[in-house]
Design a protein around this ligand. Structure first.
Ligand code: PLP
Length: 359
């Protein structure tokens, strides 16, 4: 069996949800579980986070999976219906629909099914991805409310573009545009993603939408989840499958990019970009070997990486190698690879064995 495994810490997921509640007291929490729970496994994440008030998903198919797994919470399809058949399926599964575009108003208006669909009305306050402009909110809200097939309790929502930069006035402007657009309208409010929860407490409304924070990952530059009281929910690990003595001047790996400056020991670990370990993580990227920090040398290949074992105590073939997670923040690896932690956890591939751990 290949040694590469992703351990999902269910206790950390539960604790992170408690921490979100502590940071956003009195609000309801939508646990965002799109992209297979940020790569942690949709059903297992939903089970661990059964205390959430709702789940946010990117597709109706994920809603089907959650209902099949027994989830009874509200499930919000974050981009809503995109063809007529979606509405019937959403009603059948009792999925909430985010409505962000005129095309969806057309689908709803043409739909004769009177079973009420719960709707989140999305307002574009500056992200310029999905949503109606603030000046149209009143009109769209009234049209939705007039439809017999739409539940009268409509949640008003927006999404921040740069809330992880705690000093960017764009978020202040987004909050103001939102307030202006929705003022006087009935309905719960929802503005904040994880970074909004951390940096913009004035924007909590009645619903916060937490993704990354629940998995213990921060997107705030230079800060890791632990800085905000979150614990990593995934540890990606493998084992050393070879230890080789390499002579000074010999070069290691594809393209022979790394040259041994002295006679040295090099470890080979069974993980590579075929498992989702980023090929961009170049020489110097940290790993833990038997709990001690060491660095990747040479190119990451599909199934293997090579590791500088100089000065690493007590290593042998079979020693544990941690790529990220407990003891080695995924944010640090992401920084090395020019990406964010979310992309790394989302990118763990199917050949990696997933293991659940209660802690
Ligand atoms: C993904 C997503 C979130 C969660 O964002 P995080 O940064 O992971 O907390 C919240 N709201 C919407 C609309 C999203 O698409």
């Amino acid at each position: 069996m290949r040694a590469a495994s992703a351990t999902i810490h269910l206790g950390a997921l539960r604790e992170n949800l408690r921490r979100v509640r502590e940071l956003a007291p009195g609000t309801k929490v939508m646990a965002v579980v799109k992209a297979d729970g940020y790569g942690h496994g949709l059903e297992r994440v939903a089970r661990a986070l059964e205390g959430a008030d709702a789940f946010g998903v990117a597709s109706i198919a994920d809603g089907q999976r959650l209902r099949a797994a027994g989830a009874s919470q509200r499930i919000v399809v974050l981009s809503g219906p995109d063809e007529a058949g979606d509405l019937a399926e959403m009603r059948r599964l009792k999925l909430d629909a985010v409505i962000h575009h005129d095309a969806q108003l057309g689908l709803l208006a043409a739909d004769a099914d009177p079973r009420p669909l719960r709707v989140w009305l999305k307002i574009d306050t500056g992200m310029h991805r999905l949503g109606f402009p603030p000046e149209r909110v009143r009109e769209v809200h009234a049209r939705l409310r007039a439809l017999p097939g739409v539940d009268r309790d409509i949640v008003l929502m927006t999404h921040f573009a740069n809330s992880d930069a705690f000093d960017d006035a764009l978020t202040t402007h987004q909050i103001e545009r939102f307030e202006r657009g929705v003022s006087g309208l009935e309905g719960e409010r929802s503005l904040s993603n994880s970074a909004g929860i951390l940096g913009w407490p004035e924007a909590q409304g009645q619903w916060v939408r937490a993704g990354g924070a629940l998995y213990g990952i921060s997107v705030v530059a230079g800060r890791i989840g632990a800085d905000f009281g979150f614990r990593p929910a995934m540890t990606l690990s493998t084992r050393l499958i070879a230890i080789n003595r390499i002579r000074r001047g010999e070069r290691i790996g594809y393209a022979a990019t790394w040259e041994a400056p002295e006679d040295m020991v090099v470890g080979v670990a069974a993980i590579g970009y075929g498992d989702g370990y980023p090929r961009q993580a170049g020489a110097g990227t940290p790993v833990l070997v038997g709990g001690a920090r060491a660095s990747v040398i040479g190119r990451v290949s599909m199934d293997l990486i090579t590791i500088d074992l100089r000065g690493v105590p007590g290593v042998q073939v079979g020693s544990d190698v941690v790529l990220w997670g407990r003891g080695l923040p995924v944010e640090e690896i992401a920084e090395r690879a020019g990406t964010i932690g979310y992309e790394l956890t989302c990118g763990v591939t199917r050949r990696v064995r997933f293991v659940e751990d209660e802690s």
